[in-house]
Design a protein around this ligand. Structure first.
Ligand code: GLA
Length: 391
């Protein structure tokens, strides 16, 4: 579904459910990270691009000027209601409406009260697939609220507001990558983001002979939910032993020297992060000069490091990457790795454009044979960040 189709669909849903036309509409994309995984909360570099999958929100002033925000998902279900006459608080854990509610709270904390409105939300970003469906929902909400309140936020402030919503309302201590790319994505560009200075650098990716393939394993291993915060703590512990503010400041040499003073697991976590930051900078350079073989090798190295040292992959993601590697550069496969937080979700591959069809079939077939699961595979160009569709 194109953004245009999604928008018109969401508009129609709004009309059907609320009985009038929406006044405001906004959209924000999901993302895929080409390389730079679990580096954002270590002040390192990430290299994501926005994808042609979006969350769209349509809204209109609440009837009778009610001081309530009603949020509905196009998938159906009860409306989530935010009562603006009372102090805002999160819904119960796991409720999708926590993402928009946290963003509303961020606006209100800045003295920007949107007043009551009715909203309809629809998304083509696969939920829980590691393509930042939650960040796209937060950023779409923030874009809608900018529109309603008439106050455009600075892009960095907007992304940080959305990250805070995720921390405080969804209880996920994420880094800054997902919200930044959903705000700042640009068509035909990948974003090299320095997560320390928060300086974005848009790297053009316009080579028509290369395509970005996203392979959804369609598995999500529900772990305890503590893996992400545990990884963060292990990174902090490593930085402390190394005597640096964050792993961004550490070198591979310094880590080797400190190895005996470190828990073995903490050592491997740090080895991943330090190596991954370096790989990310090199890969961005590779994209800039279309050095695809190098970019591909860096992607495979990233996957191995995430699998063995950071331990956030899973057998389904490993299967996809192995199939990709078996296709090889000559078969049109440049490189492949897991993308996002891990434990399921998607892999990302760079492939030769003329091999997209054959490669998609090969991966789908072999993956089905090995796991019994149907993968979902699609191509995306680097897309634009959040946009106002109607104001
Ligand atoms: C999740 C988080 C991001 C980032 C990635 C791993 O997507 O939201 O901030 O840490 O995991 O790279």
């Amino acid at each position: 579904m194109t953004l245009k189709e999604l928008t018109s669909h969401t508009e129609q849903q709004f009309l059907k459910v609320y009985g009038r036309q929406p006044d405001w509409m906004a959209a924000a994309p999901g993302r895929v990270n080409i390389i730079g995984e679990h580096t954002d909360y270590n002040d390192g570099f990430v290299f994501p691009m926005a994808i042609e999958r979006y969350t769209v929100i349509t809204a209109a002033r609440a009837a009778g000027d009610a001081k309530q925000i009603r949020l509905r998902s196009a998938h159906g279900g009860e409306a989530a209601v935010i009562d603006l006459t009372r102090p805002l608080a999160p819904f119960s854990i796991g409720t999708w409406a926590n993402y928009p509610a946290g963003v509303v709270a961020g606006f209100i904390a800045r003295g920007l009260n949107p007043g009551g409105f009715d909203a309809m939300i629809h998304s083509t970003v696969p939920l829980g697939g590691g393509l930042s469906s939650s960040a796209s929902l937060e950023v779409a909400t923030a874009t809608l609220l900018e529109n309603i309140t008439g106050k455009k936020l600075d892009p960095v402030e907007k992304a940080l507001l959305c990250q805070k919503a995720e921390h405080e309302y969804a209880g996920m201590p994420c880094g800054i990558m997902d919200q930044f790319i959903s705000v700042m994505g640009r068509e035909n560009h990948v974003l090299l983001l320095d997560c320390r200075s928060r300086k974005p650098e848009l790297v053009p990716m316009t080579d028509p002979s290369v395509a970005v393939l996203i392979i959804n394993t369609n598995v999500k291993h529900e772990l305890t939910g503590s893996e992400y915060p545990t990884r963060r703590k292990q990174c902090e512990a490593a930085a402390k032993i190394l005597g640096v503010p964050s792993l961004r400041d550490a070198t591979a040499d310094a880590l080797e020297k400190a190895k005996s003073r470190m828990d073995e697991v903490v050592y491997r976590r740090a080895r991943h992060v330090i190596g991954e930051i370096e790989r990310t900078v090199h890969a961005a350079e590779g994209v800039r000069v279309s050095n695809w073989p190098t970019v591909g090798q860096l992607m495979y190295a990233s996957h191995r490091s995430l699998r063995d040292d950071y331990e956030v992959s899973c057998k389904e993601l490993d299967a996809v990457v192995e199939i990709a590697e078996s296709i090889g550069f000559k078969g049109g496969m440049i490189g492949c790795r897991m993308t996002g937080g891990g434990f399921g979700g998607c892999a990302v591959a760079l492939v030769k454009s003329d091999a997209v069809e054959a490669i998609s079939q090969k991966i789908a077939g072999d993956y089905r044979k090995q796991t019994g699961i149907e993968a979902t595979i699609f191509v995306s160009r680097p897309a634009a960040g959040a946009t106002v569709l109607k104001s």
